[in-house]
Design a protein around this ligand. Structure first.
Ligand SMILES: Nc1ncnc2c1ncn2[C@@H]1O[C@H](COP(=O)(O)OP(=O)(O)O)[C@@H](O)[C@H]1O
Ligand SMILES: [Mg+2]
Length: 301
């Protein structure tokens, strides 16, 4: 029987509660509640414009000043929403790191890549010697399997391929050993073969470092490669959330089922019949209900 959804009773590393974000009175994220446990990968999936990036920017304190945000975002128990910029800097790049879709825009084109990673380390670990910083940079570039990091330390971003640049950004993100990595469409700009390599690398590093990860993608097949749990958003609403198995084997919401339509090998017989997809306004008032332990679905109104 369906019962009202409750937040997890375990102690999450990141707990988003009833987060609403609006631009000029238009909500783009609505009453969103999500939690990520230490070492867990939450995949956040939804079509373009569903509010995924805005959510990740809110966690990092990087929302546009025009955005109005309310609700709660707690990291390791501390409230991050509307934290003062100086206070936010203690988290960003250190305990919470990020990688984005387009590695070129995140790298400084006129600074050697080794120096860029060195600066990321120096900012948060100012007591390290130059040699220690350099060794840490090289070790991190080895960890992301960049070929010959000692030789390529002084090369500039344009001297690397797209996949290599994303590896460099991953090395930079992990340089201060964060507890949470936010990866927003990290492989979307890469071709398919390189995408698979970068996904495998992220998964390996996540396990090696016991890293929690918010992995954002418009592509459910990509999310399936890395996520322990999956949350599906549309028009700012959380429509369904569950373990990877629940979402892929027994998806309940028609929108989730439509996203899965391109993936052929699923056992979907226990799912709801696929009715006409709700429009932006149709999905509005349904309540989030728990169908199974950890499996929440927004009722169709
Ligand atoms: N700075 C902004 N000002 C006004 N609207 C914005 C701004 N940033 C994002 N939006 C709107 O918020 C909605 C969600 O955007 P976004 O989180 O980027 O979607 P996604 O990452 O899921 O593709 C979109 O309708 C987008 O147009
Ligand atoms: Mg986005």
């Amino acid at each position: 029987m369906a019962v009202p959804a409750e937040s997890s009773s375990r102690k999450p590393l990141l707990a988003i509660e009833r987060l609403t974000i609006a631009f000029r009175g238009n909500p783009v994220v609505r009453e969103l509640s999500l939690a990520i446990q230490p070492g867990e990968v939450l995949g956040l999936v939804g079509e373009s414009g569903s509010g995924k990036s805005v959510t990740s920017l809110a966690i990092l304190g990087l929302l546009d000043s025009a955005a109005e945000a309310r609700g709660s975002i707690r990291f390791d128990g501390e409230e991050l929403l509307n934290l003062r910029p100086e206070a936010m800097r203690r988290y960003r790049g250190r305990r919470i790191a990020m990688i984005f879709q387009e590695p070129m825009t995140a790298l400084n084109p006129v600074m050697p890549v080794g120096r860029q990673i060195a600066e990321a380390i120096e900012t948060h670990q100012p007591t390290l010697t130059r040699r220690e910083v350099r060794n840490a940079v090289i070790a991190n570039l080895h960890a992301v399997a960049l070929p010959e990091p000692e030789k390529r330390y002084t090369d500039y971003p344009h001297q690397f391929s797209g996949g290599q640049r994303q590896r460099i950004l991953i090395a930079m993100a992990l340089a201060n050993r964060p507890q949470l990595l936010i990866a927003d469409e990290p492989t979307t700009a890469l071709d398919v073969t390189v995408q698979a390599q970068v996904l495998k690398l992220l998964r390996d590093l996540q396990q090696q470092f016991g890293l929690a990860m918010l992995f954002i993608s418009h592509d459910l097949a990509v999310v399936a490669e890395v996520a322990d749990r999956v949350a599906v958003m549309r028009h700012g609403w959380l429509l369904e959330q569950g373990s990877r198995e629940q979402i892929f084997h027994t998806p309940r919401h028609p929108y989730t089922r439509s996203l899965l339509g391109a993936v052929p090998t699923l056992e979907t017989d226990r799912a709801l019949p696929l009715s006409t997809l709700p429009s932006a306004t149709d999905v509005l008032p349904g309540a989030l209900v728990e169908y199974d332990i950890g499996h929440q679905v927004r009722a169709l109104s």
